[in-house]
Design a protein around this ligand. Sequence first.
Ligand SMILES: CC(C)(COP(=O)(O)OP(=O)(O)OC[C@H]1O[C@@H](n2cnc3c(N)ncnc32)[C@H](O)[C@@H]1OP(=O)(O)O)[C@@H](O)C(=O)NCCC(=O)NCCS
Length: 109
Amino acid sequence: MSLYAEYIKEHDDADIIEWKNGYLTYKQIDVNTVYLMDIYVKPKARGKDLGKKLLDEGARRAKELGCNQVLGSVIPSANNSNLSMKFCLDWGYKLSVCEKDKIWLIKEI
Ligand SMILES: CC(C)(COP(=O)(O)OP(=O)(O)OC[C@H]1O[C@@H](n2cnc3c(N)ncnc32)[C@H](O)[C@@H]1OP(=O)(O)O)[C@@H](O)C(=O)NCCC(=O)NCCS
């Protein structure tokens, strides 16, 4: 287990999918729902579907946990948030709730 994996387990009770060029953190938040928290793909590996595959794997794990939906979020003021939002919508997330500086997305799985 990486140090970061240890940290998010202790700090947020969250888990992580760690691949060579990217990771996705996630956490079950209720009986039906897993929150896919942070996703990161190394710049050199972007645009080759790795991000989509990480979300697919997160959804697969959510199903394994007995959940039927996943949540995601985009912070509008973050760098390149327009690209992040496009990536999320392309994956099939739908708009759930807009807060002041957080857009919540939801997808049935
Ligand atoms: C968002 C991110 C995870 C996408 O990963 P990825 O492996 O490039 O994603 P995929 O190859 O599966 O999908 C590519 C799509 O992501 C979007 N995208 C977002 N940022 C991108 C980038 N820097 N380069 C290329 N595509 C990017 C584009 O819409 C692209 O769609 P297109 O091919 O139709 O143009 C990645 O760019 C990243 O780690 N960004 C920095 C961290 C971040 O913003 N995380 C998301 C917070 S919600």
